[in-house]
Design a protein around this ligand. Structure first.
Ligand SMILES: [Zn+2]
Length: 326
């Protein structure tokens, strides 16, 4: 009996990881690298259905996190970035067929200026009958390259247009390109509407799962493009780590140390650094303190800690482009 109880507890702990996916284009042969074919989409949806996954609205997952309640491991939320026309012409009917809700993130400049490849406000309104609509900036900038003032202006402009066109204010925000750092996050998080923070949640594009411990302003999403191994994508779990260093891209571009706190029960872990790959590391009393001397080759470097390649905590540091418009 005691043994069974233990199994129950450990399973509920291990499996309380839900997943949020992000799509871009659908059945778009001209942009294959960002597109999911209708066949691939239906195969993924069939996989969810056959394996007892439940596609719920993003809001349903956010509510669980707000209440600090376990997010069931079989819950999935689907998001779509940019509001490309191909969602309206190809993707939407499949979502409707399966009755799967979604959250569509609008690149407001493209929609407002009627860029050829993008949905119109009328089409977005039509789509909003079947899902929710969120904000994806005005000009789709690389936010890490922008000053605080520029980030504010872009957000304000898109927020205003969205609210005017949709008749209500957006409640969630997805970073363009999924790119952000702690400074960018702070700017979006503190963006105000009617004297309150405007957004309930901010979504990035880091690989990982969502649990009741997930920061509502740092929600990971796994990108689904083309023919993916969906079973493998659903294996990702959250590893609980408190990052101490690095918290930003080093000025001289040299990564000198990695510090983090983890549960002391772990004696060794795996560490990943972009362009360096995985390595095994030792943990002393829950402290990771590693001295390095790595010249970072990429402007965007991902550092991951985990018990294996699927149970992970990601830390992304992005080089800020030098500009004069501070
Ligand atoms: Zn985008």
């Amino acid at each position: 009996m005691r043994y069974l109880f233990f199994i129950f507890i450990s399973c509920s702990y291990i499996f309380a990881n839900s997943h949020i996916f992000v799509y871009h284009r659908f059945g778009d042969d001209k942009h294959k690298s960002a597109s999911t074919t209708i066949k691939e989409l239906e195969e993924e949806f069939e996989y969810f259905k056959k394996n007892n996954y439940k596609v719920v609205s993003l809001e349903k997952i956010l509510n669980k996190i707000k209440k600090k309640e376990n997010v069931p491991s079989n819950w999935i939320a689907l998001t779509i970035d940019d509001a490309y026309k191909s969602f309206y012409t190809h993707g939407l009917e499949i979502f409707k067929k399966y009755k799967y809700p979604f959250t569509l993130y609008v690149y407001t400049e493209a929609t407002t200026k009627k860029y050829k490849d993008f949905m119109t406000w009328k089409q977005i309104k039509e789509a909003s009958k079947y899902g929710s609509i969120g904000l994806h900036s005005y000009s789709h900038p690389h936010l890490t390259h922008k000053s605080n003032k520029e980030i504010y202006k872009d957000t304000q402009k898109s927020f205003y247009i969205f609210t005017k066109k949709m008749g209500y204010a957006p409640k969630t925000y997805a970073y363009p390109y999924g790119e952000y750092d702690r400074r960018v996050q702070k700017q979006i998080k503190k963006f105000m509407f009617q004297k309150k923070p405007a957004f309930d949640a901010i979504l990035n594009q880091n690989i990982g799962s969502v649990t009741k411990e997930t920061d509502l302003f740092d929600i990971p999403r796994i990108a689904l493009v083309g023919n993916v191994n969906i079973k493998q994508k659903l294996k990702y779990k959250t590893f609980d780590a408190k990052w101490i260093e690095p918290l930003k891209f080093p000025k001289d571009g040299i990564l000198k140390s990695i510090k983090a706190k983890v549960n002391p029960k772990y004696k060794k872990l795996k560490l990943y650094i972009t362009s360096e790959g995985w390595r095994d590391i030792k943990v002393n009393n829950g402290i990771i303190d590693i001295k390095l001397n790595i010249r970072l080759k990429r402007a965007r470097t991902r550092i991951i800690l985990g018990t294996d390649v699927f149970t992970i905590s990601s830390n992304i540091i992005t080089k800020k482009r030098n500009n004069n418009d501070k």
